[in-house]
Design a protein around this ligand. Structure first.
Ligand SMILES: [Zn+2]
Length: 134
């Protein structure tokens, strides 16, 4: 008697398990109205997923990959061998020139500043991101 009961329980458990994995596969299939803001990088043409690091580029101020913008500025400004494009902060980039100076700290001068975003500029796509975070 005792043993029969145990067998029953065991078979019931294993029988109920196999179906559960079928659920939960139909997510995100709604599409349409509640689309996330998603844009193509005007420089490389690929989608920009991370709008937090995206930079407004071009006449249309579209979100672009940070790395693409660095390259685009380098192309545009004819960056030389010892120069590098860096992000200076507050929406501006700079072409900096490194000097192999004496001492421990690397020395560089900003040859040119490239201001891409004005401080006061309100970008539509960026507003949406900050709303998402809050
Ligand atoms: Zn890109």
């Amino acid at each position: 008697m005792d043993q029969e009961n145990r067998n029953k329980n065991a078979s019931q458990k294993s029988g109920g398990r196999s179906r559960s994995s079928q659920r939960g596969k139909r997510r995100g299939g709604r599409g349409g109205s509640n689309k996330r803001y998603y844009s193509e990088c005007p420089i490389c043409g690929k989608g920009v997923r991370d709008l937090l690091t995206a930079v407004a580029w071009g006449d249309e101020r579209k979100p672009s990959h940070f790395d693409c913008v660095l390259k685009a500025i380098a192309d545009q400004e004819d960056v030389q061998g010892k120069e590098k494009v860096v992000y200076l902060g507050a929406g501006s980039f700079g072409i900096v020139k490194f000097r192999s100076g004496t001492g421990s700290s690397p020395r560089f001068t900003v040859r040119k500043r490239v201001q891409l975003e004005e401080k006061e500029e309100k970008l539509d796509w960026r507003k949406k991101v900050s709303r998402d975070i809050r």
